[in-house]
Design a protein around this ligand. Structure first.
Ligand code: PMP
Length: 449
């Protein structure tokens, strides 16, 4: 459609596509040949993936227990498709409620020692749907600043007021709670394990504060399920706080190797959510292939605790390995290990060099992390072998040296007050300590970024 142009050459009508045509950062980043997102994976063999015909060790996935490619999980997924079909073609509420959905909800409730569970088609929908349905005007959602995007969006969708507190800082949490009116409903929402820093939420102190100030507690167990707790139940079980935490959510897209998610809690709350959550009522239910696979993965996760034991052996090796090489990995206590590389340019260059050396990682830049403190996010699996992990450590050491990572302001502690434009999604713009950088494209042309 050609929009009418006025005599002065400006468009007569405001075009909602303007924002899209002004958005050039991703294109510019691609021109440098270092664009690390939307990488096409052509095949998967255990811990290795094939990209551009090349085999790479995967240390950028959330497949913590290595169950996504387990033949028994794949077989169960195929069997469910044969029995129930390729899809449910409707929501749980109407025509898409199969026996396996009900079975998975029952099994999760027993596993997590919760009264009731409700499935969602994605983990993102769990947070979006639950928070926006449960909380309303006059309520307060008190949120850790590092909470996942789906929690932030859930807060925005609800009409409650969002009250952020400094990451894992109980002092600020208590201060925020102390300023809220007694009559407002309060829900504290935290990630059990934080997806970027790998930190574990300080749940004992959080539930203590919640009790004192009359708040409910909601924990996102996306990165803790299968990883923490006596049987992989998550952070809440790890701290023995099942009674003190009111609601837990989890995803099937990480340790359980598939997609989808759930919310678990008291029967009356889940019943209310089942009949009022638009994200669940107005979307198609999880495909049988997904549910069949998740049921099998849940069974294997409990029957094979050696997977979790091996995962923790690998995690310990990598925590110690990176630290002894001089890398800053923050305060991670989990399989998520962020490697601080400083500027956004460093993150893109580092990731590309790793790719060239046969290692698949994902960089995280502002606003996913603080500006000037870009990371290469790595995460580990039970199935990684010692030789793969040794190769990863040795390659990180070599590349950090070659790129002069340890001389970056992030390591030397120099001031870095740069700011970049904030987009709703990811910011692809690359910066170095001087504010911008000129990079050569594949054809040799200079691109100023
Ligand atoms: N919560 C957290 C903490 C997450 O990291 C994620 C996904 N990365 C989600 C929720 C959303 O889960 P899903 O990808 O299964 O939709």
């Amino acid at each position: 459609m050609d929009l009418e142009i006025k005599k002065d050459g400006t468009p007569k009508y405001k075009d909602v596509f303007q924002r899209a045509s002004d958005f050039t950062h991703a294109r510019e980043a691609k021109a440098t040949g270092m664009f690390p997102y939307f990488r096409e994976i052509q095949g998967v063999h255990g811990n290795k993936v094939i990209c551009k015909g090349k085999e790479l060790i995967m240390i950028g996935s959330n497949n913590y227990l290595g169950l996504a490619h387990d033949p028994r999980v794949i077989e169960a997924s195929q069997a469910a498709t044969k029995k129930y079909g390729a899809g449910c073609t409707g929501s749980r509420f109407l025509n898409g409620n199969m026996s396996i959905h009900e079975q998975l909800e029952r099994e999760l409730a027993v596993f997590l020692k919760r009264d009731a569970v409700m499935l969602h088609s994605t983990g993102f929908f769990v947070n979006l749907g639950t928070l926006s349905t449960l909380c309303d005007a006059g309520d307060y959602i008190i949120c850790d600043r590092e909470n996942h995007a789906s929690i932030i969006d859930g807060c925005q969708f609800s009409r409650a007021k969002t009250v952020p507190f400094a990451h894992n800082c109980i002092k600020t949490l208590r201060r925020r709670l102390s300023h809220l009116p007694e009559e407002g409903g309060k829900l504290i929402v935290v990630d059990g394990v934080y997806s970027m820093s790998g930190d574990i939420a300080n749940l004992p102190s959080i539930v203590q504060a919640a009790r004192e100030f009359g708040a409910r507690v909601y924990v996102d167990e996306a990165h803790a399920l299968g990883v923490l707790g006596p049987n992989g139940e998550g952070t809440v079980a790890h701290f023995g706080l099942n009674k003190e935490v009111d609601l837990v959510m989890g995803t099937f897209s990480k340790s359980l190797g598939s997609m989808g998610g759930f919310i678990a809690g008291p029967e009356y709350v889940i019943d209310f959510l089942k009949h009022t959550t638009r994200c669940m009522m107005f979307t198609a239910s999880l495909a049988p292939a997904v549910v069949g696979g998740v049921l099998k993965a849940l069974e294997l996760m409990q029957a094979e605790p050696e997977r979790r034991e091996q995962l923790w052996k690998n995690v310990k090796k990598m925590h110690e390995g990176f630290r002894s090489l001089g890398f800053k990995i923050g305060s991670t206590q989990s399989p998520v290990i962020p490697i601080l590389v400083g500027s956004e340019v460093n993150a893109f260059r580092f990731s590309q060099a790793l790719f060239d050396a046969g290692i698949f990682t994902t960089p995280a830049v502002y606003p996913a992390v603080k500006f000037g403190q870009a990371i290469v996010r790595t995460s580990y699996m039970a199935t990684h072998t010692d030789s793969e992990l040794n190769y990863v450590l040795e390659t990180f050491r070599r590349i950090a040296k070659e790129l002069g990572i340890f001389e970056d302001v992030a390591y030397t502690g120099g001031a870095n007050s740069m700011r970049s434009t904030r987009y709703g999604g990811y910011d692809f713009k690359m910066f170095n300590a001087a504010g911008s950088v000129e990079v050569r494209t594949d054809t040799g042309a200079a691109v100023q970024i």
